[in-house]
Write a new protein. Structure first.
Length: 120
């Protein structure tokens, strides 16, 4: 069976599959570029908006690339005072909560999605 211009359904299917594969690869590359750029922006925002008693906590934000389940992922963490992230974000009996991480992550997630949609 052939399509009106003379190519077979099998050829059409192969061409469509190749095209979809290229688009998926393009989307993945775009997402990788966006994530690379945005993780540094998130780190910088965390440095600006983190509570600053002595300043060590705010300056302690770092970005590293790790492999999880055979995938490279970006991790943003506080190298100077990692134990403070939970206490400051959620509080405890001695320290009231000072949410700063969730707000920044939610903002960044919206920005990443918006930029990816714009690129595609």
């Amino acid at each position: 069976m052939t399509v009106a211009d003379g190519i077979s359904l099998e050829e059409f299917g192969e061409a469509l599959s190749d095209l979809l594969g290229k688009e998926a690869m393009n989307a993945e590359e775009s997402l990788d570029e966006i994530i690379e750029k945005r993780t540094k922006q998130i780190r910088d925002r965390l440095r600006q908006r983190s509570p600053k008693d002595t300043g060590g906590y705010a300056k302690g934000w770092r970005v590293k690339t790790v492999t999880r389940n055979h995938e490279k992922v970006k991790v943003i963490y506080n190298a100077e005072k990692p134990w403070l992230t939970y206490i400051l974000e959620y509080g405890n009996q001695h320290q009231p909560a000072q949410p700063h991480i969730r707000k920044i992550v939610l903002e960044a997630a919206d920005e990443i999605i918006e930029e990816l949609v714009d690129r595609l």
